[in-house]
Design a protein around this ligand. Sequence first.
Ligand code: SAM
Length: 683
Amino acid sequence: MPSTPQDNIENADLQWQESGAPYSTRFDDIYFSSGGGLDETEHVFLAGNQLQPRWSARDQALAATTAPSTEHFTIAELGFGTGLNFLCCWRAWQQLAPQHLRLHYIACEKYPLQIDALRQALLEWPELEALSEALLEVYPDHSAGFHRLHLPGLADAAAITLDLYYGDATQTLAAQAERSTARVDAWFLDGFAPRVNPKMWSEDLLAQIARLSRNGSTLSTYSVAGQVVRGLRSAGFEVEKVKGFGQKRQMLVGHYPQEARPPSPVGLPKRSWLNLAAQASRPPQVIVIGAGLAGCSTAHSLARKGYRVLVLEQADSIAAGASGNRQAVLQCRLSNALNGTRQFNLQAFLYATGEFARLNQDYPEVNWQACGVMNLDTAFSARKERCVDVDLSDYSPRIAQRLDQHATSEVAGLDVDGPSNYLSLGGWLSPAQLCHAYLAHPNIELRCNAKVQRLERDDHAWHVYAHDRELACAPTVVIANSISATQLEQSAPLPIVPIRGQVSYLQATASTANIAGVICGQSYISPALDGLHSVGASYSKNISDLALSEKEHQQNIEGIAPHLTKGAVNADAIAGGRVSVRATTGDRMPIVGPVPDFAAFETLYSALGQRERKHPNTHMPYVDGLYVSVGHGSHGLSNAPLCGEYLASIIANEMLPLQSKVLECIHPGRFFLRELKRRDYSR
Ligand code: SAM
């Protein structure tokens, strides 16, 4: 299947003007007017949307309430370009430093600048240097799709969330409006002039903007073209021309009226069964069940958004299950199927690399080693999923590269027996320490030896019980306890398959001590940590016996040793290992999102006619205030950070970090929907 622009990225085509400002040759237009610069951005976009007074008013109102605040203010920009508008906005946010409000900035961009071009463009603004550097540190220029980035709080201001939606603005916004009920507070319309880029002002796009606008949402743009004014009015906005910046006579400001009718959907999506429900406003307390990677990452994302989180763990310490190995490997599952699964795997991998680098700064014991991961062709040639068959031209070389045998050996630090697919951003860390770092947030309380056996809901909250003893209650609960989720009534129908996995700890030899990156064959071998490599991990359906198995030790070693320099591995030098049970799923994707009300859905679905079952005008019913993140298999390290952030975004009713085709792949109702569709309703 050929790549579509939506899947592969096209970077900006630039020329540099004499003034040093970037110019788009594709659109024959400027990114910003070099005469106006920062002052013009402040006038058109910041003042045009009255951002500072609105932030101050909201912050003061929130300060007056006693409850902890989870409120956020969302800005969406059409055309991220050089990020100048974003940086100015960030600077204004820093200066005001609201204490009770968070800032979420979303920008759509179809042709992102390459990072070197961005660096050069931003040289023009030395006054923004510190912010520009922080942006450049996390800026992705290499992959289409959504990128959620967390930018640090400098001075007194809180950290902010930046979502870059790479792809066509109309498509990405339409997909957001379909699935999510979150709405935008202010719009920066900055998509080149309508004369050269009519698509950024089309009726369809303006309708999506209206759909995603909160009542009272504002917008501004420098364009006063008749087409723009008419288009915005017909989408439901009230607009007026006001004084432009400097010599410019006019610009446009507008707002979506408080009393405006909700814009009608532009056609229901085919798979609207998998929409998310509108989020009721609930007190900001959440119970997370399970202190493995899935639970800890979710707790962290919620805490960062202002929620008070109680984490309940049945064991006497955190990361007691599959998340507790000495070393865990981060890599990306590559594929050429241009679908939501591939996009999820890539996005989750990239998000994880950013999170690990960020957390490692404050918690060096996380020991994040971005040493790279090699997948050897030779080792995979016998398997169905042959990494040698993946066409890496679908990926940026920043993500995946072909290395010949010599180059692989160089990077590996010892001789290997063939070429590889190399993920330079991959690596390993200590997963238990990562869990500790996640839970170190002051909004999180951890309670171990707390085995949840039953959940009951009353009108306001979930009550969580161990036998008949109530452990805690909260309006929202996240089930993140891996295979134990099937023991809770509400999540019991989730089709989780337990798989035993054993890691072997292998003493380093003089040769293997040189291993500098993770090498994957049928088994992987990590660089040594305190003289021991992790080699693994086995797959076995036999979960009745969780003792270490000599046979699985040997399988682990045989899966990698023959591909390394002869005699490098001393197969007799196994110094123990660890067995845990992974929770896997039939489609190898995790189960993350709101918990469906399976019984209500079955009743609803069975009563429908054939056409309505295919094209529903209703959504899957969910259990109120109950969410799940399980089924991560052996990919918990790459999945968990983004899945935690996704769940926290749903709970906080924020714009989501996942496109709709991606969230469908991890939706907790997908298996049940498939099962119902297969039933015979003709009788
Ligand atoms: N706001 C930017 C800044 O602060 O530098 C300047 C934006 S520039 C005037 C317009 C941007 O819109 C360009 O970066 C361009 O690539 C992007 N763009 C053009 N057509 C688009 C589309 N259909 N979807 C998303 N972005 C698009």
